[in-house]
Ligand binder design. Sequence first.
Ligand code: ZN
Length: 422
Amino acid sequence: MAPMKKVKQFMNPTFLSQIVMALAIVLSFVAVVIVTIHSGKHISTKLEPSECKTMVVVASGDTLGKILIDQGLSNADVNTIADALKKDAGISTLRADNDKIEFVRPTETDPVSKIVVIPSPWKQVELTCTDDGGWKCNTINVERDTRAVYKTGEIQNGDSFYVAGIRAGIPAGILIDVYDLLAFEMDFERDIRAGQHFSVLYEENFSDGEKVDNGHVLAVEFQALRGDVRMYRFKKSDGTTGYYDENGNGAIKSLKRTPINNAKVTSSFSTSRKHPVLGFTRAHKGVDFRASTGTPIPAAGAGRVVARGFNRGHGNYVKIRHNGTYETLYAHMSKFAKNVVVGTNVRQGQTIGYVGSTGLSTGPHLHYEVIKNGTHVNPLTVKLPAISNLNDTDKKKFLEYRKTLDNGIEQLSKNKNWFIQM
Ligand SMILES: [Zn+2]
C-alpha cells in the first residue's frame, strides 16, 4: 500500500525500527493480557484431510483434567500434559470463556494424537503424542502485523469525554486506557468543555490481513482548560515502558486523584474545623465520588494494605500505605475484594473493594482520602510525584523519538486513512 510506505519513509525507518519496533515486540505479550477486544478468532492449524478435530472453549468450572478425560485421555496423560504445559509453556490455569483447546485425531475413532491449547489469538501451545506415549510441547507465537492509527475528536455540548471518544471512532478499550492516563493530569468532572479537541494514536493488531485486537495507546493529546496535556509511550534503555509528557517528565503518578474514572465529585475536601458548640460543621478530610453500589474501587497506587475493617463513620474501609509519605483510605464500601486483607500488596488499579453506603453515609459513594506524612491533603490538588522519570540519556532519546512521532502524527492528521506500520 503506497500511502503506508510514504509514512514509513517520512518517519525514518532505521530510527523507527530501533525504537518503535522494539517497543512493539517486547510488549506484545502484555498487550494480549491487557486488551483483548476480539478473542473469537483463532488460527487453524494445518490438517490432513482425513484428520478429525474438536474445539473446546473452556467454560466456568472446567479443569484441564475434566476436559482431557472427556476427550478420552487417561489420568497419566492428564498429569504428563499438565506438567508439560506448566514447565514448557508457563500455563498452570485455564481461563473460562477465553482459552480454547483443540483435539486432533488421525480419524474419528482414533485416540487424540495432538492437543492445541490456545490462550490468546497470538499464542498456540501444541502437544504432540510421542511414540513412547509421552507428550512433546511446542509453543507457536502467531505473527502479528501492528499498525498505529490516529483518531481525533471534539467535545460537544453536554458530552462526556467517553461519548465524544466513541463518536470519534476510538474503541472503548482504548478509551479506558486513555482515561487512566489523562486522569493523572485532568479532572474529568471540571476540565471538560465543549470545543475541546483531543487525539489518540494507538495500535491495531492484524493477523492474515484481518484485525484481531487493539494494542497500546502510543500518544494522547487533550486540550484541557489548564493547557494541552500530551503523553507518549516510551521504552527506556532498561527495557521498561512508561508514559511521559512532551518534555520527558513521567506522566504516571504514584497515586490517582480520582480512583474511579468519570465519577462525579459530590463533596470536596475542606479543612473547616468542627464547630465546638454546634458540632455539625466539620472538616471533610477527603473527596466523595458518586458511584452506584457494587462499582469496583481500584487502588489509587501500588502499596500495602495496612487496615481493613469497619468503623461507625467510615463503614467498611480499606487503608493502603504507598511509601514512607503517602497513604490512601477508601470508605463506605459495600464489600471488600476477595484476597485483599491487611498485609496484601496491591498494584495500582487493582480492585480492593466495591462502592456502598456503609457507615455514616446518605447514599452510595466512595469517600477517598489522601494522607501525606500523616496529614490529610486534597486529592484533587496535591502535587503527586511521578513513578518513573528518565535519566539524561533516555531523555535525549525520548525527545528525538517524540519529534519523530509528532511528525508522523502530523502526516496522519492530514491523511485520515493512513497508518504507521510498526
Ligand atoms: Zn466523604
